[in-house]
Ligand binder design. Structure first.
Ligand SMILES: CC(C)(COP(=O)(O)OP(=O)(O)OC[C@H]1O[C@@H](n2cnc3c(N)ncnc32)[C@H](O)[C@@H]1OP(=O)(O)O)[C@@H](O)C(=O)NCCC(=O)NCCS
Length: 164
């Protein structure tokens, strides 16, 4: 929708957020209308279940389930793109809603995600939602010339009474 494109454009690129996504050189910068439109278009891909996240009536980011493996597993990715609204519980609320849908209507058994070891805010948010770290991938990203590990995290339907 045009208002989503404009809202995405208005948030632009934020260095702190780009760093958590593993950008090689995180920068704070404006975004063009065309780049914002491409960003919105990419949500609509075959084999991906995607949501635009809104909070308090305005655009905040996206959440996606992708890489469905046909055996009850899928991967989760989330990005809240307004630095002023991070760390206020909105990521945990988004993640719980996605897990409700994944373990409910979608009937999935296992959701994985990958996050950088330096993303403490993300790790704590995901742990609060039931994810546990199952392995570490060394030197998965190089940011500003320094390499960092990825953490592979997982939550299963059976690991929590909420969905069993
Ligand atoms: C990761 C993300 C979804 C988390 O959502 P959020 O709304 O910011 O996080 P929440 O407020 O739900 O939870 C944050 C947790 O980290 C803590 N926290 C908040 N700010 C923090 C900071 N600067 N450093 C470390 N921990 C922090 C909070 O206390 C909370 O932990 P608790 O539940 O144990 O108290 C969101 O920050 C985000 O999208 N970030 C940018 C992109 C990204 O990192 N995506 C994930 C890649 S896998």
């Amino acid at each position: 929708m045009p208002e989503d494109v404009e809202a995405r454009r208005a948030l632009g690129h934020n260095a702190e957020i780009s760093r958590m996504f593993g950008a090689a050189v995180p920068v704070t910068a404006t975004m063009t209308h065309e780049a914002a439109a491409r960003w919105i278009d990419r949500l609509d891909q075959e084999g991906v279940v995607a949501w635009i996240v809104e909070a308090e009536g305005s655009f905040l980011g996206s959440a996606r389930l992708h890489s469905f493996d046909g055996r009850g597993g899928a991967r989760y990715a989330v990005g809240l793109l307004d630095a002023r609204r991070l760390g206020r519980g909105l990521g945990a609320e988004t993640t719980r809603l996605v897990l409700d849908y994944a373990f409910g209507p979608l009937g999935l058994e296992r959701i994985e995600l990958v996050t950088l070891e330096i993303n403490e805010r993300g790790r704590r948010c995901f742990e609060r939602c039931g994810f546990r770290t199952v392995c570490r991938v060394p030197d998965a990203a190089v940011i500003d010339g320094t390499s960092y590990d990825d953490l592979l995290m997982e939550v299963t339907r059976s690991s929590t009474s909420r969905w069993s």
